[in-house]
Design a protein around this ligand. Structure first.
Ligand SMILES: Nc1ncnc2c1ncn2[C@@H]1O[C@H](COP(=O)(O)OP(=O)(O)OP(=O)(O)O)[C@@H](O)[C@H]1O
Length: 238
């Protein structure tokens, strides 16, 4: 069976300089792939390229058998990929419900409706009349996830969902992602919080300087401390 998402030889970056130096990753349907790596290795650039916000210089992005290389972001979203961006990017002046309704307008047919979002994320229901900028970081993260789900994606790109959240709130976000995974959604997760990522992932890809340096699974990752240190620690070899 071919993977739901297949990225091959992807080179991409900003203003002509390549951050991604030929990335190969595949995500099988119904699985969670965690992409780990030091700050600045290109993890966010990878998800931005998949969703079409950063242009590919070379390589390909294939989704559900369809070549989406160089496609516009709205075409990619309509094909079934949704991004929960780093920093959440909720619309501050709009209420929770208005933030969600924007996504409903653009959605694909599928199981996610406003009612179901409120069932799965009851805090959003309680806060539905509050403005986005009145929410806590954790609530904003839930809102960003809810907004992405409302497009009924087949693949969810989650960029640093734990960023800036307290451990208790991180645990709540983890519960939501776990529930989604158990529901069969496919996830590409970028995380600095290794513990969180290993608790959610089926597969792990470690990025170093714009390339995938190691493909493993959570058990393999935990079992090779030396390699983890070499590839991930700030003081390890570059
Ligand atoms: N909009 C941009 N314009 C120019 N360079 C950028 C832009 N965004 C990121 N970069 C650069 O691209 C490189 C990779 O950044 P990226 O955000 O993809 O890394 P990351 O692994 O996600 O790191 P972090 O965890 O810090 O977000 C960095 O050197 C960064 O400075």
């Amino acid at each position: 069976m071919s993977p739901l998402l297949e990225v091959r030889g992807l080179r991409a970056g900003y203003d002509g300089s390549a951050v991604l130096q030929g990335v190969d990753v595949a995500v099988e349907e119904g699985t969670v792939l965690a992409v780990l790596g030091r700050n600045g290795v290109g993890k966010s650039t990878l998800v931005m390229s998949v969703i079409g916000l950063v242009r590919a210089y070379a390589g390909s992005v294939t989704f559900a058998g369809r070549d989406l290389t160089g496609a516009r972001t709205d075409t990619i979203a309509a094909a079934g990929i949704a991004l929960v961006p780093q920093g959440r990017r909720v619309f501050g002046p709009l209420t929770v419900e208005e933030n969600l309704r924007i996504a409903v307008r653009r959605n694909r047919p599928g199981p996610w409706t406003l009612e179901r979002i409120y069932e799965v994320l009851p805090r959003l229901k309680e806060r539905r009349g509050n403005r986005g900028d009145q929410l806590s970081g954790g609530e904003q993260q839930m809102l960003a996830i809810g907004r992405a789900l409302l497009t009924n994606p087949r693949l969810l790109l989650l960029d640093e969902p734990s960023d800036g959240l307290s451990p208790m709130v991180v645990a709540q976000v983890a519960d939501v992602v776990r529930a989604l995974r158990d529901d069969g959604i496919t996830v590409l997760l970028v995380e600095q919080n290794v513990r969180l990522a290993l608790g959610l992932a089926d597969h792990v890809a470690v990025m170093v300087k714009g390339e995938i340096a190691w493909r493993t699974d959570p058990a393999g990752f935990r079992g090779d401390r030396e390699r983890v240190r070499a590839l991930m620690s700030v003081t390890g070899p570059q």
